[in-house]
Design a binder for this molecule. Sequence first.
Ligand code: GCO
Length: 486
Amino acid sequence: MRQPSQSPRLSRRSLVGAMITLPTAITLGCDSHSVPTPRRRGASPSPPEGRRFPDGFRWGVATSAYQIEGAVKADGRGQSIWDAFCAVPGRISGGDTGEQAADHYHRYLTDLDIMQSLGVQTYRFSIAWPRIQPDGRGSANQRGLDFYKRLVDGLLERGIEPLATLYHWDLPQALQETGGWEQRDTAQRFADYAAIMFEALGSSVPTWATINEPKTIAEVGYVSGFHAPGKRDPEAAWAVRHHLLLAHGLAVRAFRDSGRARRICPVLNLAPVYPADDASAGSTAVAVADAMENRIYLDPIFKGSYPQDLLADQDKTAALHRVIKDGDLNVIAAPVDLLGVNYYNPVYVDTSGTYVMKHPTSMATWQQLYPDGLHDVLLRVRQDYGDIPISITENGIPTDDAPDGTVVYDPERIEFLRTHLAAVHRAIEDGVGVESYYLWSLLDNFEWSAGYSQRWGIVYVDFDSQQRIPKDSAQWYQDTIARNGI
Ligand code: GCO
């Protein structure tokens, strides 16, 4: 998330945005997964810079279930909070929903072939909890499990390493109806679901991620209300933050109990926090913003305690104090193997705590473009939390893409990727153990409250015909992977 409670409402998830009119094009059938070949013309606008990544560095792409799968009623899937949220008029730009999305549920073989053709080495996807437990509890729905088994097998057959995220925001609606993440019990339900997945796929998935961006869930789902479940209840957000962290810790414990000699990590969207001006340098306002953006998640997981400066503000954090039970911090701090970092933007704060825009943004008006922020945030993690292996689990930009025949020219995305990868490279040179990079995203997809008005993929999706067209950036990424550098 890049939209904390104090930020102006111009941030991510804005409800404005025009739908792109799509040309009629050939549909790639579900079964005939013929692969569109990335075109060879139109090279990167910038020359190679000669920055090679370390041997063994892994290049990936990322997606999430609700954003691409569609098939929301297939094979016994239950309803998620996003299905319910999309059904509320006015919540999503253009009245869009994830009902069809990129129809990946039926076209996953096409998508796997595209990844293989690009030379992608690892794929981060998420599992839709309501496909596995339609009501969020009880025994597993075999048909739901089978889909992810087929997906993982398809990846392994193509030599692509899976990274499975257990929770990318699609809570079973039945659990929302009993209180959702405001309820402590939901953390235990999550651990039970996680245990089902470790049992089913734990021998074939080498790396697991627990919860994607707890910050976005709390701030955008419970403070600004732009995301499901659409609440504006800052008090509730404190309980949600704690229960998400607890759910993470309980899932890590379940993972260790499963005896799998694999790896597990949290995925946090971190933002370097800078003073907006001289007056705010060293101010409490900057420290508070940093606590809410970063430390409130990093500290419990890696230090076993909430930030003291935050807890000391008893008035502000009374609702947090109320939900912390003895032993919770030990659970939350269960050792992890890796840290997943999603990076999209920095934050600048003035003395009043107001977020200030200092850089140009992408078409997502919350996204200030500042590649150095990625370098800074990586160094900061190393300095404050030690030498944790790190994966960049998301990084990307939306652009206003429209195909010209079979060509989709997206130079802005290539420039974004090139400059951010240069920042990652610099961090590695400075000693940070970054082992992999997952570009967000493989496909154009359902961008939450922005619906289909923002295209984040390196592969264009015509949402009418479901035709896929690799963009220029796909070609650029293929070359980058092939030479292991930029
Ligand atoms: C997130 C999610 C993705 C988004 C991406 C672009 O970070 O919010 O992980 O689902 O689509 O970040 O906003």
